[in-house]
Design a protein around this ligand. Structure first.
Ligand SMILES: N[C@@H](CCC(=O)N[C@@H](CS)C(=O)NCC(=O)O)C(=O)O
Length: 291
């Protein structure tokens, strides 16, 4: 490892060494596919290619919420994309998301398939398609979209900034951890103050804003990402804690969290989801018991 305090950037950056740290093996400075690989297609109108990271969980929670509301057109196949094995760089995946990141959705409902990438765009697409979890009145809709876009702009500081330097970087750099812990706590305070005024982020109703924010900031508030609950003193944010618990209790959130999950308690892992009944019959513990 280079001594970070002594590092002088060269005139031109070149990709000549592994950066170290978790996920270093999948990082590249170029886009595009690395290999030919078609994606599987199941029998439902919606085909999701994902993994149960916070960005992936937003979409599976949304789909489970839509199904719980009775929207049968939201039936979906959720295929696993193992990002640590570079599956996001397969040609079929890149055709759906040129940015090579999960989640990616293909809507095959109509004669011409529609691709959607970026989790916020997927939530908005589904909310508009089914007329759910997005207010129609201008002021309320705008508030909802403001929080949705807040999440999309803010979470990279939490994940790519704080989470990366606190949990994944090969060495602990005080400057970087301080900078991003400061920003993360500020963001937690933004949410806590907002949730002192309203039940949900956009107002009285549960919307795609909550569905986008919860898998990042709710899970952080529960101490479930980056093992950072104590470090960031997340219990202090009382209104955030109230909202986090409220959403964690929703059955669709519990199901959505299980889809495309490959870590943790086997009973909480549904690696691929093709039918609603898979939650009862195909979780990791059931598969292990059959072997
Ligand atoms: N802004 C994107 C971010 C998606 C994203 O960062 N996905 C990560 C997992 S959470 C990923 O696929 N990483 C693989 C890679 O960077 O190669 C979204 O919200 O959809």
């Amino acid at each position: 490892m280079t001594d970070q305090t002594a590092y002088e950037p060269p005139k031109i950056w070149t990709w000549n060494k592994a950066s170290g740290g978790r996920f270093a093996s999948i990082n590249r400075p170029i886009a595009g596919p690395t290999h030919e690989k078609e994606l599987p297609i199941g029998r439902h109108p919606l085909q999701l290619y994902s993994l149960a990271t916070p960005n992936g969980v937003k979409v599976t929670v949304m789909l489970e919420e839509l199904l719980a509301l009775g929207h049968t057109g939201a039936e979906y196949d959720a295929w696993l994309i193992r990002i640590s094995e570079g599956e996001q760089f397969g040609s079929g995946f890149v055709d759906i998301n040129p940015n090579s990141k999960i989640p990616a959705l293909m809507d095959r409902t109509g004669p011409a398939p529609v691709r959607v990438f970026e989790s916020g765009a997927i939530l908005l697409y589904l909310a508009e398609k089914f007329g759910a979890f997005l207010p129609t009145e201008t002021k309320a809709r705008t508030e909802c979209l403001s929080w949705l876009f807040w999440q999309m702009g803010s979470a990279p500081y939490l994940g790519g900034g704080f989470g990366h330097f606190y949990a994944y970087a090969p060495s602990k750099i005080e400057y970087a951890i301080d900078r991003f812990a400061m920003e993360t706590k500020r963001q937690l305070d933004v949410l806590d103050r907002r949730l002192s005024e309203t039940q949900y982020l956009a107002g009285d109703d549960y919307t795609i804003a909550d569905i986008a924010v919860w898998p990042w900031y709710g899970l952080l508030a529960l101490g479930e990402i980056y093992s950072a609950g104590e470090f960031l003193q997340v219990r202090d944010y009382k209104n955030l804690q109230r909202w986090t618990a409220l959403i964690a209790g929703r059955p669709a959130v519990k199901r959505g969290r299980m889809v495309n999950r490959v870590i943790g308690d086997p009973a909480g892992q549904l690696r691929e989801r093709h039918e609603a009944s898979d939650f009862a019959t195909k979780t990791g513990d059931k598969i292990e018991a059959q072997q």
